[in-house]
Ligand binder design. Sequence first.
Ligand SMILES: *Cc1c(COP(=O)(O)O)cnc(C)c1O
Length: 385
Amino acid sequence: MTRKPDPRTIAATQGVATDTRYGAVVPPLYLSTTYAFAGYDQTSGYDYSRATNPTRDLLAETLAGLEGGAGAVITASGMAAVDLLLSRLRRDDLVIAPHDCYGGTWRLLVERAARGDFRVSFVDQGDDEALKEALGQKPALVYIETPSNPLMRIIDIRKVGALAHGAGAKVAVDNTFLSPALQQPISLGADYVVHSTTKFINGHSDVVGGAVIAADPEEAKALIYWANVVGSIGAPFDAYMTLRGVRTLFPRIAQQEANALAVARFLLRRSEVTAVHYPGLEDHPGHDLARAQQKGFGAMLSFDLAGGIPAVRAFVEAVRVFTLAESLGGVESLIAHPPTMTHASMDPEVRHAAGIGDGLLRLSVGLEAEADLIAGLEAGFAAIG
Ligand SMILES: *Cc1c(COP(=O)(O)O)cnc(C)c1O
């Protein structure tokens, strides 16, 4: 009996040393759009790259393995992955989504619902009463994001998933913030996992991409079929780059997490900071749950700065080491102001109701030395009056 490889081994070596032509250790990049038929009505298994491509398929196989799913589709972006999943819905279907979901996902759900593609209801999934009431409306899909962006709220995947299944709904989890290195939603009962591979999975801020992983082989097949029908697939070069990023996923995220904890502890000691949102801190409301369902606390955190917009402006213009930019999950540290950046597409009232105040700043902590990260933040604090 062959031993099932550990996820770390899958990440580092899936597809390595399998080239039968030249013995290339690193799996080659196949850019060809088309493949020769062996003869009349005989394909080699590959015919046209929108449908199948060896490089993209290897990334799909790797991510399916890391998430413990039956199959995966690699898409052109994280949003294309979310949209591919939503394309499985019918007009009367109801989606239950988090009230504080990723701004782009919020916009997609609102726009598609406005066109009559399905119905959507935004619910605080940490509020048991609100969730149970929403599930009473017999949704087709419950969409979960945990930890949430940008407040790092933790949702109990096993509990919400079981309630959703009891109501006849499928369950999807956006696992972008932790990656399969730190959380495997399918093992907690999810039917689908969605990723923006742009973030931790690629990890080097040089590819936009996405993936949907399905627990059920028939569902995986249906998603792969539909990605070919609509052509929302990722490019082979992007898949090659992303697979290169995946090779170091585990050690990257472990070191970034250690740095994030150090940064969170530093921020806790600052008088200018009114709250630090990091699940790795013992007094974070989701700490115990995160400890139970995750394999680590990740490298994302946010904090509330006293002094409103003037303090935020002074801070982000003076901070060093952290670059003021959207996105997250790369080896370099980034700082973002959600109200004017990542969550600008969300209605202000909705944003405030979700707890995203004007003084909120989000950090994606990278691989720099801890002392440099702290010194960079100190430069920001020094600039506030
Ligand atoms: C970035 C992000 C997305 C969207 O992915 P893109 O690759 O930018 O299209 C979706 N969900 C979460 C949680 C994200 O951070």
